[in-house]
Ligand binder design. Sequence first.
Ligand code: NAD
Ligand code: IPM
Ligand code: MN
Length: 380
Amino acid sequence: MNGAEGKRFSIAVLAGDGIGPEVISAARRAADAAASRDGASLEWVEYPFGASFYLRTNEILPDSALKEMSAHSAMMLGAIGDPAVKPGILERGILLKLRFEFDQYVNLRPAASLPNVPTPVPLNGRRIDSVVVRENTEDLYIGLGDMSDAGCVDAPMDLKRAGYSATGRLSLRISPEMPFAAQVALNTKFAVERITRYACETARKRGEKVITVVSKSNAVPALYGFFEDTARETANREFPDIECKVANVDALCYHLVRSPAMYGVLLCPNLFGDIVSDLQAGLAGGMGTAAGGNIGDGLSMFEPVHGSAPDIAGTGRANPIAAVLSSVLMLRHIGLDKSAERVERAVSRYLESSRRQELPIEFGGDFTCGQIEEAIIKNI
Ligand code: NAD
Ligand code: IPM
Ligand code: MN
C-alpha cells in the first residue's frame, strides 16, 4: 500500500497547436502508466482551444472554460501559436490569460544534464543542474501599450491581479509626428516578494545557499533596480541562510555560455526569465528536454518551455521529453511523487540504454516523436 492507492485526479489538458498534440500524447501516456502502477488514476479532460478552434469559431478562450478548468487538480498544456494567426492573439489570449487568471505567479523551469544527451558547450565533467524561477504575472507582460501611425499613443490600463489592481493610462505624443510604439512594464513589491520567497525556498530544497537575481539595473534602474532591491531585501530579511547575488542579464548570458554548470537558482523578472530559460534549454541539450510549470495557489499548469515549433510540426522530429518531464512536475505537484520518479527514471533509462540511432532526432539519432513515446512507456 502506498499513499497514492485509489486516488483519482482530474487533469485538464490543452494540447494546442503545432507539435503540442504530438508531445502531449507522450506526456499523458507516461503519467497515466506511472500513476496506475501506483494505484492512482488520472482522468483527462480535453480542451480544444488554439489556432484551428479560433479560425473555425472566432473564439479564443471563453470565460466558461476558465471557470470549468479551475475545478481540475492540474492542467497540462502543449503549445500555443500558429503562423496563420497574428503573433500575440493566441499567445496572450490563451497562454498568458491562463497564467494571469489563475495567478500562476511562478514559472519554474529546471534545466538538467540528461544521460547521453550531447551539449553544445563542453561541461568538463560537471553537470548542469539549474532552475529558472521566473516571475510570471508582471514586467513587460502586463500588456499596457500600443503602436501608432499618427504620432500619439493613448492606451488605457485596467489591470487586475490577485493581490492588487492598477488603473490609469499611457499617454504619449511624439513630435515631429511619426509612427512609433510604446509599452510599459510594472513590477510590484507584492509580486517580487512572493517570487523571491519561492526562489529562496527552492534553493533550500535543493540544499543550496545562494540565489542569483537576474537584473539590468544599470540601464533600467527603476524597473529592475526595484526588482533587485526588493528581492535582496526580502531574501536578507526572511532567509538569513540564503545569499542573494545579483547578475546583470547580459553578463549572465555570457557566463552561462562559457560555464553552463555554474548556476543554481536563477530568480528572473518575467521577460529575462523567458529568454534565459531558452538559453538554458539549449545549453542542457535542446528545447525538446526543457520542462516547465506555471504554479500558483489555485490551478497550476504544466507545459514544456518550447513553443508549437511549426517548422517541424507533423514531421515526427519533435522531441516529447520536455512534455514528459513537465508531466513529472505535474505529478509531483498533485502529490504523486513516486509516479513522478517512475517517469523521470524511465526517461533516463531510455536515454542511457539507447544506441545512437535510438536517440531523438534532436540529438542526432533517428527516433521520431512516436518512437520516443513508445520507448519511454516501455521503461515505466
Ligand atoms: P519554438 O520553441 O516553437 O521553436 C524554437 C526552435 O526549437 C525551433 O527550431 C523548433 O523546431 C525547435 N523545437 C521546439 N520544440 C522542440 C521539440 N520538442 N523537439 C525538437 N525541436 C524543438 O519557438 P518559436 O519558433 O519562436 O515559436 C513558434 C510558435 O510557438 C510561435 O507561435 C510562438 O509564439 C509559440 N510559442 C508558444 C509557447 C508556448 O505555448 N508555451 C512557447 C514559445 C513559443
Ligand atoms: C514561453 C513563451 C511565452 C512567453 C509566449 C508564447 C507568450 O515564450 O512560455 O516561454 O513569453 O512566456
Ligand atoms: Mn519562451
